[in-house]
Design a protein around this ligand. Structure first.
Ligand code: 6GU
Length: 251
């Protein structure tokens, strides 16, 4: 998969050299290129923003550096006759980015991310870009970050780990939180009985030591339902339509 990120803070994307994404890059599974938006300005101060028409607080990112930066990205297509990238613009005003979005994006051969700062990017850039590629404005959640960079770190991690060959154990992708619409069950490791620092003895649930795989699976499913009901009741309605309600009735 090819990933391009345009930002005025390219150093913000340095963590993409680390851990799972760094390894995917070194393994040639991901071709990630970070671009400095200011390289596409032409004035001495490398200006990327200006005051909003109509008044209001803050600054707006100017259209010209964005069109030139994105034109540059488009012009470096590995296959000039191939598909354009899907352009992701992270922002609190977008559609919610969730696991289903991550799966959709993981199917695209090429993603470009436009990191806005300040109050956002001049609206004409979205119109310009939509004539050249699919544009998706995506939000991590209902809170405000200073810019898109942290969101790009989160989104690329969620997407890249779904690519074939990136996560060693494909099974670990199946049973985790949000796959299947429920949160993950609680997990334990050795020792089976742990004396905590206060002298309290804390044992692993017996069922997990029973060796009875059917009972363990049933217990874990029950735990997923209980945990989802307690922490994310909003997810249960959606999971119900996916068939989890039948399981709830049976338990
Ligand atoms: Cl994707 N961007 C910004 N700037 N703020 C956010 C966000 C994204 N998601 C939640 N808040």
């Amino acid at each position: 998969m090819r990933l391009d990120v345009v930002s005025i803070f390219p150093d913000y994307l340095a963590p993409l050299d680390l851990s799972l994404i760094g390894k995917a890059r070194r393994d040639g599974l991901v071709d990630l290129r970070v671009h400095d938006l200011r390289d596409f300005t032409h004035d001495r101060h490398r200006t990327v923003d200006d005051t909003p028409y109509g008044g209001g607080a803050g600054m707006v990112m100017k259209p010209q550096p964005w069109s030139e930066a994105l034109d540059h990205v488009l012009g470096t297509a590995d296959d000039a006759s191939g598909p354009a990238p899907v352009l992701v613009v992270p922002g609190p005003g977008g559609q919610r980015f969730d696991q289903a979005t991550a799966r959709e994006l993981a199917r695209a051969p090429w993603l470009a991310f436009a990191c806005g700062r300040y109050e956002g990017i001049d609206e004409r850039v979205y119109e310009w870009a939509a004539q050249r590629m699919e544009v998706r404005v995506l939000s991590l959640g209902d809170y405000v970050l200073n810019g898109g960079e942290v969101a790009v770190l989160a989104m690329t991690e969620a997407v890249v780990r779904l690519l074939p060959g990136v996560v060693g154990n494909a099974e670990s992708l199946v049973e985790e939180s949000h796959e299947g619409g429920l949160l993950e069950y609680p997990i334990y490791t050795k020792p089976s009985v742990w004396q905590d620092g206060d002298g309290v003895t804390r044992a692993v649930p017996d069922v997990l030591l029973s060796g009875d795989h059917a009972r363990i699976a049933a217990w874990r499913h029950e735990q997923r339902l209980e945990r989802t009901a307690a922490r994310r009741p909003d997810l249960l309605a959606a999971a119900a339509t996916a068939g989890a309600l039948a399981d709830l009735d049976a338990s």
